[in-house]
Design a protein around this ligand. Structure first.
Ligand code: GDP
Length: 298
């Protein structure tokens, strides 16, 4: 446990070097609040979350008559945890058989890697897993998923070419027939501005629902934690198109933009089921607001 927390800390240290050093021996005055404001904005917390945090902090300092900078830092810690707590919701397994998850995101966000990690994670909870290579554009993407399938010893449903909706449909049928617990459907990376590709995702979702009425049960967006406000824009656009049920934030082992979670909490409080903190199979952890904030402020 220590090692991944350290990795999160090291990653977020680019964000938090500003956030932590500014409190050291500081006087509690307008300069401090100004520095804090720019540190939060630089961490991509966004204007709204930053203002809310600053105002709440000033009020707390006044109400509780805080005089030491360390106390102010602790107050900020509490406020940040309160802000991020709504994002902390565990993914509930076993609600459906199979539980069908569709995974979307822009190219390079870490979708395929995350599916591989998540397959391992689910297996550790005694869940059998089936993967569907819904990225029918890139052969390389199918191969990458096949490798993760081998690593986890799980079946990957793929087709040489063709319709991602058909692959998804087949995967659900196959999981039903085999009694598999979880189906994870990969999709090709796309930008929310590529409207025809967003329509294609909606179709995949619809067709999955034809194969199993209640499905997909999870609509997950994978976002790259390095991309800050851009990631927030992706959350909004994909949520508008698909009604997301959860987020996975990757690459928090190397980011200066950890504040984006605060922005997401304000703008679209969609559960962050997991965070990615490395490229290896074990580098996926359930999101915990307290751990995250402590890593940010340590
Ligand atoms: P996709 O295009 O969304 O499927 O993205 P990939 O899964 O291919 O990942 C793109 C790159 O990001 C690969 O080099 C991954 O190893 C890397 N990656 C994915 N998740 C993480 C993470 O949590 N931390 C780090 N450092 N790299 C990651």
């Amino acid at each position: 446990k220590q090692s991944w927390l350290n990795r999160l800390k090291a990653g977020l240290s680019k964000t938090s070097s500003n956030l932590t050093t500014l409190f050291v021996g500081a006087k509690i005055d307008d300069d401090l609040y100004e520095e804090l404001e720019s540190a939060l904005l630089m961490a991509d917390a966004g204007v709204e979350a930053t203002q809310i945090l600053l105002n709440a902090l000033k009020k707390k300092v006044k109400d509780e008559k805080l005089t030491e900078s360390e106390q102010v830092k602790n107050a900020l810690r509490t406020l940040l945890i309160d802000m991020l707590k709504p994002l902390q919701k565990p993914m509930v397994l076993g609600r459906h058989q199979p539980l069908v998850m569709m995974i979307a995101g822009v190219n390079g966000a870490g979708k395929t890697t995350t599916i591989g990690k998540l397959a391992r994670h689910l297996q550790s909870y005694e869940q059998s897993v089936l993967l569907a290579a819904g990225d029918t554009f890139r052969a390389a993407a199918r191969e990458q998923l096949a490798i993760w399938g081998q690593r986890n010893n799980v079946t990957v449903i793929a087709q040489e070419s063709g319709d991602p909706a058909a692959v998804a449909f087949d995967a659900v049928q196959s999981a039903k027939a085999r009694g598999t617990n979880v189906v994870m459907i990969d999709t090709a990376g796309r930008l929310p501005t590529q409207l025809h590709l967003m329509e294609e995702l909606k179709k995949v979702k619809r067709v999955i629902g034809k194969g199993m009425e209640s499905a997909p049960h999870e609509l997950l967006l994978v976002i790259d934690g390095n991309t800050g406000q851009n990631a927030l824009a992706q959350v909004k656009a994909f949520d508008d198109a698909l009604q997301l049920t959860g987020l996975i934030v990757t690459k928090l082992d190397g980011t200066a933009k950890g504040g984006v979670l605060a922005a997401i909490a304000r703008a679209r409080p969609i559960p962050v089921y997991f965070i990615g903190i490395g490229e290896k199979i074990e580098d996926l952890q359930p999101f915990n607001a307290e751990e995250f904030v402590d890593a940010l402020l340590s």
